[in-house]
Ligand binder design. Sequence first.
Ligand code: PMP
Length: 368
Amino acid sequence: MIPGPVEFEPAVMRAVGMATTSHVAPAFIEAFGHSLEMMREVWMSPSGQPFIIAGTGSLAMDMAGSNLTEAGDNVLVISTGYFGDRYAELLKRYGADVTLLKAATGDAVPVSEIENELRRKRYKLLTFTHVDTSTAVRVEPEPIGKLGEKYGVLTILDGVCSVAGEEIRQDDWKIDVALTASQKAVGVPPGLALMVVSGRAMEAWRNRKTPVGNYYCDWSNWLPVMRAYEERRAAYFGTPAVNLVAGLEVSLGVILSEGMETRFARHRKLAIEFRAAMKNLGLKMIPLSEELSAATLSAPWYPEGVEGSAFMKAISESDVILAGGLLPEIRDKYFRVGHMGSVTGGDILTTVASIANALKSCGYGSGI
Ligand code: PMP
């Protein structure tokens, strides 16, 4: 029950465990092409250009960032935690002039503040983290996508902790890049960087004046490969992660057969139930309100008197695996519980029971 890698479907693991084929084998070409097509449905972006690249979520951030920024570009980074801060650092490497709008811990940056900033200065690009995995704060993407359209600013949604778990309607919400990694709600072991890019962002990339400052990430290298596989032709730039792509085809199929609306609703319902149980135990969450809380993970503060190290030790002796804190300034004051992917009500119950027992063994809540 950590926020990634999550537990994977047995069918996905069977596909990942297949005998590795050539990347130009007909069955692999089909798996790759079919996965690209299904990504458009999962992202709800019929008009977008999908990319499947060997690498992690940070590579997806790097790819979107390096292709869409040139030295001197003004970029607005909206940070709700650790991964927003990472995006600011990453973009500086490409010479971007970065302005960071940082929310207080547990809060989001108000849309009005973002709009004021866009009015104040001409930006080329804006990034935000849909769900920051360090705080469990969820940002509403739709108003930000619409602001991007209004002010002619490209928008990148870091959806590493959201795609295929939180509601995303990329085309309707005018999000230019929605990026993720395989190991969370997409349900495939770590090692794939995934993103869907709008026509507007591809156009901005085509109109660059300088070459992309990262050779591996350059869309010039990868776009022909994605196009070829979708047309069921082989192509090569770098060897694809053959087994992971086989797993991706199975997992995207599982996701689409559940149905996106059902999947969003299941994640939201389990998250609400989990937090209600935490509240009953007297625990408070980092996000300041339920509206700011993710469907994919929760981040409870340790209650008064409970030591993080003692709690994590007690949990490690239980049936569930949880994650400790990540945000440096409060690392020892909270823990994180992922509830995404194939998670069930039974998993939530077991997790709640383990947390209650661990708290009790730390001397908390004699009434539990
Ligand atoms: N962004 C977010 C919101 C994340 O949660 C993570 C990983 N936890 C990343 C980016 C980076 O992904 P990766 O660890 O796969 O590089």
